[in-house]
Design a protein around this ligand. Structure first.
Ligand SMILES: Nc1ncnc2c1ncn2[C@@H]1O[C@H](COP(=O)(O)OP(=O)(O)OP(=O)(O)O)[C@@H](O)[C@H]1O
Ligand SMILES: [Mg+2]
Length: 357
């Protein structure tokens, strides 16, 4: 006769037809009674809805599997999950298949720039966190395969867990994050080339268990190189936010990234001017240390909106929960990021409502 543990093992492996999860994962086995003398096992199983064809099919499978394991007779009783349980398991339900082709694909937003060091990654991580603060479901792909920086910027110390065939992204401040940095040892440089790059990027979309997302942000590598191009061709419907510094030449270079976006039919939804000025804490005076006018000029050139201008300032560091590049909600920049995030959400949601998609 099977022991309770063995029954759990056998039945736990069976998939719930409603939730598409193993019964062991949803804690669906509520009771097990074993009557050894009668070779009988009775079970209480929770399902999403009783009295359905799904229940019937599950019933059949359970009986079949237990009989295969040598049980003579099986008694089954079904109860319904509580709404809380159901919500929990539904929310975690795998987004089966490919995020790129899924009908409920999130809004993809790539953060691009013409050149390096203008603050793409800083803006990416803070926008992601700010969108999450607005209650959105947010994912972030650090698509800078060689020069990944997102894990350090967000202070991520864990690594993603692999479950079956899928990689579970790391959750940080309500943002699901994936980065090449999670898959290299000891901060060693990544020397993959050519096709591997595209492959890596593809697997970030297809092999990562993103679950349900409203927004998936992509922190692009600088410039208009191969990864940027891969992203452009891989994501037919991608929006872009272009980052520039206020210097007029920076805006020229950024315009190239914008032109690339437009060529690949990506929609530039706005420009963010970073390092826009330095504001003295003492006098409140603004100094335009990196020049002036680059952001508005670029926005005009790309016929898009200037979403915001971020001054020079570092986040307040917190030793207990170290995330060196994340601005607090109450920080001067945290508030500007909040405004930019709201604008982006507004643009995307309006467009969705207008196109009915
Ligand atoms: N508004 C700001 N005030 C102060 N420092 C900033 C600001 N924005 C970015 N930085 C700093 O500038 C540096 C470059 O920023 P970041 O790494 O975000 O740029 P990037 O465009 O992603 O660079 P790369 O092209 O190398 O990927 C970082 O050290 C970052 O902390
Ligand atoms: Mg970067």
């Amino acid at each position: 006769m099977l022991t309770e543990k063995q029954v759990k093992e056998v039945v736990g492996e069976i998939t719930d037809p409603f939730l598409n999860k193993k019964l062991s994962e949803t804690d669906a086995i509520k009771e097990i009674t074993i009557k050894a003398e009668k070779q009988h096992i009775s079970l209480k199983i929770a399902v999403a809805k009783t009295g359905t064809s799904e229940q019937l099919s599950l019933q059949g499978t359970i009986v079949e599997e237990l009989k295969k394991a040598g049980v003579q007779s099986v008694g089954l009783r079904f109860v319904e999950f509580t709404p809380e349980e159901l919500q929990q398991y539904r929310a975690e339900q795998p987004n089966t298949g490919n995020l790129l082709t899924s009908p409920n694909a999130p809004e993809f937003i790539a953060i691009a720039s013409g050149k390096g060091g203008v603050g793409k990654s800083t803006v990416s991580v803070n926008l992601a966190v700010s969108l999450a603060r607005l209650g959105k479901k947010v994912g972030l792909i650090d698509a800078d395969i060689y020069g990944f920086s997102v894990p350090d910027m967000m202070g991520i110390t864990q690594r993603p867990v692999v479950e079956g065939e899928k990689i579970i992204p790391v959750d940080r401040f309500g943002v699901k994050v994936i980065s090449m940095g999670f898959f290299v040892e000891d901060n060693s440089p990544v020397i993959w080339r050519g096709p591997m790059l595209g492959k890596m990027l593809t697997s970030f979309f297809t092999e990562v268990e993103w679950g349900e997302l409203d927004y998936l942000l992509l922190d692009l590598p600088p410039g208009t190189g191969d990864v940027a191009l891969d992203v452009h061709s891989m994501l037919p419907a991608c929006k872009e936010v272009i980052i520039t510094t206020p210097h007029p030449t920076a805006a020229f270079v950024a315009a190239r990234a914008g032109a690339m976006a437009l060529k690949t039919d990506h929609e530039v939804i706005g420009v963010v001017e970073n390092m826009a000025y330095f504001e003295s804490q003492l006098t409140g005076e603004k100094e335009y240390v990196f020049g002036k006018g680059g952001g508005p000029k670029l926005a005009e050139e790309l016929q898009t909106e200037l979403l915001g201008q971020l001054p020079l300032s570092q986040p307040d560091w917190n030793e207990e929960d170290f995330a060196p590049s994340i601005y607090d909600e109450s920080h001067r920049l945290g508030k500007i990021y909040g405004e930019i995030a709201s604008k982006i959400a507004f643009i995307c949601e309006n467009e969705k409502a207008a196109t009915g998609k």
